[in-house]
Ligand binder design. Structure first.
Ligand code: KG4
Ligand code: ZN
Length: 332
């Protein structure tokens, strides 16, 4: 069973081919970061236009790497939300056209379900039930997953997503977009206790987060002290990174304890963060649970995660009609 996964919800054009929902045959990602960087963030119109240019070459590259032709594809899975409307429409039209031409099942996938199920491509994949924390540029949400296909929201951010906080703070510091990786790299040379940034919503009753106050605290610090250089910059990055990782994993640990979870999945672009990975491993282990950390290439946006979610949906008998539209605000 070969599943094609297409992803065009934001600024990555991605296509992947997987076998039997487990084995990645090809996973091609063309990023538009260089196009958006000069604007300091994703420009929706530019994203759509570049998906149009890239989607067919990316698809052909995936087929070439997998040494397959289109008629070997048994199922087509495409991100249909959430994301940028125009960007989503590109992948969706290509997916529908292929499914119609090849007469194969077509599945519209929720991007967040894709992130949650990326861990299924690990050598030892997590089995439901598990807790899944999606931390990306647009989302910071904790789900309880009693069975694949059922996602119960336990907590979410009240304002900015964790990745958004990284990107905004990077901008304040004059670092390139997207800010996660450059801050992470600087932070590894810095002292996380140099500056005590606030941890919002410390209450143990709620499993929600808030990151806009942290961004404001960094901004105030910069107004008072100026933008630091050298070691002081590394110290600021480490202190900010510690605040994000501490806040995220404190609530995660609480949820693991409360739900007596045995398996936990950390996913989404921010799950590539070195400190978050280390602290999550520590705190999840304290509760006697096992943490599943997908490799970095499966954390940031890719087609393989969409293919897995599409494969699992089809196994449950779920397919989509060609009337399916892009849903920019689709909630999981
Ligand atoms: O999942 P993703 O690729 O796209 C969305 O669905 O949003 O996540 C992108 C986000 C960006 O905000 C980026 O700054 C962040 O992930 N990111 C990181 C790291 N690598 C990427 N954040 C912190 N540390 C990293 N190493
Ligand atoms: Zn994503």
């Amino acid at each position: 069973m070969i599943t094609l996964g297409l992803e065009t919800s934001c600024d990555e054009t991605a296509a992947a081919l997987i076998r039997d929902g487990r084995e990645v045959l090809a996973d091609v990602v063309s990023t538009q970061i260089d196009i958006h960087r000069r604007w300091g963030g994703v420009v929706p119109e530019l994203a759509s236009r570049n998906h149009v240019v890239q989607v067919m070459p990316v698809l052909h590259e995936a087929l070439t790497r997998a040494q397959l032709t289109l008629d070997a594809v048994d199922e087509i899975a495409v991100t249909s939300g959430p994301g940028l409307q125009g960007a989503l429409l590109v992948g969706l039209q290509v997916g529908k056209s292929l499914a119609a031409a090849l007469n194969r099942p077509f599945v519209g996938v929720n991007h967040l379900e894709g992130h949650l199920l990326a861990a299924r491509l690990m050598a030892e994949p997590p089995q439901a039930p598990f807790l899944g924390l999606v931390v990306s540029g647009g989302h910071t949400t904790l789900y309880e997953v009693p069975a694949l296909g059922t996602y119960l929201k336990l907590g979410t951010t009240r304002d900015d997503a964790a990745g958004e906080a990284y990107d905004k703070v990077a901008k304040l510091l004059g670092l390139p977009y997207p800010g996660g990786l450059p801050i992470d790299q600087l932070a590894q040379q810095g002292d996380p206790e140099a500056i005590r940034f606030p941890r919002a919503m410390p209450e143990r009753e709620v499993l929600d987060w808030s990151f806009s106050g942290l961004k404001t605290a960094v901004s105030l610090h910069l107004k008072q002290h100026g933008v630091p250089q050298g070691q002081a910059l590394a110290d600021l990055c480490a202190s900010f990174q510690e605040a994000v990782a501490d806040a995220l994993t404190r609530k995660l640990q609480l949820a693991v304890k409360r739900k007596r979870a045995k398996s936990v999945v950390l996913c989404g672009g921010v799950a590539a963060n070195s400190r978050l990975r280390a602290l999550a491993a520590e705190r999840v282990a304290e509760e006697g649970a096992r943490l599943y950390l997908p490799p970095l290439s499966l954390c940031t946006d890719n087609g393989a995660m969409i293919a897995v979610a599409g494969y699992e949906a089809l196994r449950r008998g779920v397919t989509s009609s060609f009337a399916l539209d892009a849903d920019p605000n689709w909630r999981l």
